[in-house]
Design a protein around this ligand. Structure first.
Ligand code: FMN
Ligand code: SF4
Ligand code: SF4
Length: 337
């Protein structure tokens, strides 16, 4: 029998989870084919046409799967009745001495809706929590807590995969009333959030121009220009680049954060404050259009100008001031992208 595992990972937690899943399907009964899903895949669906079970594993990013993973799922070949299971890897931490797991929000349910429309039979759905990797905004867990957080995640993945391998129901996620609000956050994050966060990345003066960030980006969102990384709106917000940079050069720019948030607030106020003589319905529609056009203009025109300014040597120091300069970095120990 053939098991295919397709994995999207930012910092290696989901790759670790996938290796644990694979170990529960031993030879000679099973042959396991595991691959990473990235934008660089030459043949994205190679190997899955004849699999007996497909497991799709991804990290939760803003209560959603990454855009790269969603696009991969959307064009998954139709296979009515073929078995598929979904695993969503979340972020856990130790807060004030208590271990707290993450929440996948709508990530599993929206992915499940898409694959079901493509005819696949869903035989498993599960969350599992591994150390939080959102380094651009929050300090990853301290080294001393990692063994416990990793073991908790491994345990959740083993329960899920053992149930799948044994043919039992493998549903390890609760349907909650708040999932609907998470659905809205997930859509907004995929539309705007990930772009907004990528617009805040800068590399500081310690950047050695090694190009590792650009080569390993799963969304191919980084280009090297004048030997410096430049981030584009294709970013999935997986936080791999910031966490793997050998010289810890990538930071969230305070200046860019202030500039972008001030402009966003100003555009929103303008959209509501400008008097419009279009009647009640026309005015509401015009205001919604202005609210949507504002961010598009911001990311399409303003972000590239600010990014260009941040690369001017004389300005780089000011642009690379960051609240998260001394944050730890996180990647799963065996993950070498
Ligand atoms: C931008 C961003 C958004 C995130 N959103 C969530 C979330 O909604 N829920 C959650 O539990 N964890 C969230 N996380 C944490 C990751 O899902 C978590 O650390 C995961 O283990 C990373 O797996 P990976 O190493 O395979 O990428 C987020 C991380 C990032 C970088
Ligand atoms: S990985 Fe770090 S040092 Fe290398 S090019 Fe990217 S930012 Fe610069
Ligand atoms: S640019 Fe960085 S955060 Fe964005 S997808 Fe690429 S590696 Fe991930």
């Amino acid at each position: 029998m053939k098991l295919c595992i397709r994995t999207y990972t930012g910092t290696g937690n989901t790759a670790r989870a996938s290796a644990i899943v694979a170990a529960q399907f031993p030879a000679p009964t099973w042959t396991v084919d595991t691959r990473l899903v990235t934008k660089a895949m030459a043949d994205p669906y190679q190997g899955i046409a004849d699999c007996d079970l497909l497991i799709v594993a991804f990290s939760s990013l803003g209560f959603s799967a990454s855009l790269t993973m969603i696009q991969w799922i959307r064009t998954l070949p139709r296979r009515p009745g073929a078995k598929l299971a979904l695993l969503c890897v979340c972020g856990s931490e130790n807060r004030k001495g208590k271990y707290s797991g993450g929440w996948s929000g709508d990530a599993l349910f929206s992915a499940a809706r898409i694959v079901a429309r493509r005819g696949w039979e869903i035989v498993g759905l599960s969350e599992a929590s591994y150390p939080l990797n959102w380094t651009e905004m929050s300090n990853p867990p301290e080294e001393q807590h990692l063994p416990v957080l990793l073991e908790k995640g491994d345990h959740e993945v083993r329960s899920f995969s053992a149930a799948l391998a044994g043919g039992s129901p493998a549903r390890f996620v609760a349907e909650t009333a708040t999932r609907k609000s998470a659905q809205l956050v997930a859509v907004m994050f995929r539309l705007f959030g990930r772009r907004a966060l990528a617009a805040l990345f800068v590399s500081d003066n310690s950047c050695t121009s090694c190009g590792l960030c650009a080569r390993s980006c799963p969304a191919q969102a980084i280009r090297m220009r004048s030997a410096r990384p430049v981030w584009s709106g294709r970013c999935d917000s997986c936080n791999r680049c910031i966490n793997i940079c050998p010289s810890r050069s990538i930071v969230t720019s305070n200046l860019l954060m202030y500039a972008h948030s001030t402009i966003a607030v100003a555009l929103a106020i303008a959209a509501f404050a400008i008097p419009l003589a279009l009647g009640p319905v026309g005015t509401v529609l015009a205001r919604i259009a202005l609210l949507l056009i504002g961010p598009v203009l911001q990311f399409a025109f303003l972000a590239p100008v600010l990014s260009w300014l941040s690369r001017i040597p004389a300005l780089r120091k000011i642009f690379s001031r960051s609240f998260m300069r001394n944050y730890r970095r996180y990647r799963e120990a065996r993950f070498m992208p």
